[in-house]
Write a protein of this length. Sequence first.
Length: 100
Amino acid sequence: MKNKKIIETLFRTNVFVVQNEIKVSKDNGKENPPFFCVSVPKKHFSRAVDRNKIRRRITAALRNINVKISGNYLVVYKRLNIMPYEEIEKTLTDIFVLSN
């Protein structure tokens, strides 16, 4: 997602779920398919290779989730080490099943 206004509102929103150091903020937009923004802080991962690896794993897990969702989402990775793909997918599935 590249719309700066939507990203700013997602960072300011109070509707979020935190599980296993992954924070998901939701904006109740009517977009279908849903828009996702993935953020990995440079503070925790100074190497761009690591940040991109985490982003790729999160976006792949979001594609494989079989939950009916709509709206705008901001996924922020807060963990200090790199999680395996299976753990990221399980965590995101749990978050989106709980939020719907």
